[in-house]
Write a protein that binds this ligand. Structure first.
Ligand code: SF4
Ligand code: SF4
Length: 378
């Protein structure tokens, strides 16, 4: 008797169909082996919003009784595999469903596998993942984050590649034969079957030690206990008073939510060239999340704890290459870009060039047959 569970962490809306396809594929494949399974999203993540981390699960058991028993605990917290379909999520996730930042490996069981789509090296990626305290495995398939819209199916084979890789890292949940049979039945596409098999062969997996990874303490909040809760539904407004920033004299920093920071929504972030900025105000006026602090010398500094990475500032900036969206995976902190620039303009310029050079297209998937093989050099 055994039960296996898989958690899929994805970007709300943009990857909803991708996550659904993966979980559905697992359950269909398990049925080919005479097992029983179910796939479901988490109520707390609904309604989804663009880019906000969300989760779906697939649970597979040998018998209906065992499956029922397992599902009595609504959220499987000891998953065999956690699949992550955007490697920027490895820095931690903040969602509707909890307060604060949750490490990406929090619901992964001891000895389980974190399976990520990424072009980063395992060592670089591990540095961004919070220490788990238990050993686990990190498996990578080379792929970029595959984004599309609500209900849209992006046919770039990311779903079947992940299913093939899953069969390799967790054969006790589904075998490659079952995955191949389910894909052939579901999609009736030999190309997808070939992609799943190729991914099974190419997935790279290695151990991560209990104390390997980032030692950052994920931010969290004390929630009121039952005895401290107020009557009725209380929605506190934010103070209209600007914030004081220690060491910063002048400028304007709006008050922001202390309990919902939003930065884990981001898969890209803006970098700003203050040398070419004309202080036109358009980024500040148009940012939907009030992210821009006005600096004492009248520049606009995007606050990286508040930015959700929507790209509006890049789109509205009238100065060529003054605001550039860059892969979130290139950054390790939320430091103020304006402070870096004000401190040392030459170093900032070098930093800016380096970041802008590391600007792979994240959101476009694959466009032609063979592009994946070209990109990974196979
Ligand atoms: S990407 Fe730009 S416009 Fe969008 S939230 Fe961030 S700072 Fe604001
Ligand atoms: S939109 Fe561009 S030029 Fe205008 S203030 Fe913002 S960064 Fe500067």
């Amino acid at each position: 008797m055994s039960t296996g569970s898989v958690e899929v962490v994805y970007r709300g809306i943009f990857q909803k169909t991708l996550a659904k396809n993966i979980c559905r594929g697992i359950v269909l494949a398990a049925r080919k082996e005479g097992k029983i399974g179910t796939a479901f999203g988490r109520y707390g993540d609904s309604p989804e919003r663009n880019g906000i981390p969300a989760k779906q699960f697939a649970v597979v058991s040998d018998t209906a009784e065992e499956l029922e028993e397992h599902l009595a605990r609504y959220e499987p917290d000891n998953n065999d595999v956690t699949i992550v379909v955007d490697d920027a999520l490895c820095k931690g996730v903040e969602s509707w469903a909890w307060y604060g930042l949750q490490p990406i490996n929090k619901l992964l069981g001891k000895g389980g596998t974190l399976l990520v789509t990424s072009y980063q090296s395992p060592n670089k990626l591990i540095k961004t993942i919070h220490r788990k305290g238990d050993p686990y495995n990190l498996a990578l398939i080379k792929a970029q984050a595959s984004f599309s819209g609500l209900w849209v199916y992006k046919d770039d084979h990311t779903d079947v590649r992940l299913l093939g890789a899953l069969a390799k890292v967790a054969p006790h949940i589904v075998s490659l034969e079952s995955i191949v049979a389910a894909i052939a039945e579901q999609w009736k596409d030999d190309g997808k079957v070939a992609s799943a098999k190729k991914s099974y062969d190419l997935v790279e997996s290695g151990p991560v030690g209990a104390d390997q990874g980032s030692d950052e303490k994920p931010f969290s909040f004390d929630l009121p206990g039952w005895t401290k809760m107020e009557e009725g539904l209380v929605i506190r407004g934010m103070s209209a008073q600007p914030q004081d920033v220690p060491g910063r004299d002048g400028g304007y920093v709006p008050t922001r939510s202390e309990t919902f920071k939003k930065f884990s929504t981001r898969t890209m972030r803006p970098v700003i060239n203050f040398d070419t900025c004309t202080k036109c105000t358009l980024c500040w006026l148009n940012c939907p999340d009030t992210c821009f602090d006005i600096t004492p010398d009248g520049f606009y500094d995007a606050n990286m704890e508040a930015c959700c990475g929507c790209g509006v500032c890049e789109a509205v900036c009238p100065v060529s290459d003054c605001v550039t969206m860059v892969n979130e995976e290139s950054f390790e902190d939320h430091d103020s870009q304006w402070e870096m620039w004000a401190k040392d303009k030459e170093s900032y310029s070098a930093w800016l060039s380096e970041k802008i050079a590391d600007k792979p297209a994240r959101s476009h998937g694959f466009h032609h047959v063979g592009q994946y093989a070209e990109e990974i050099g196979k």
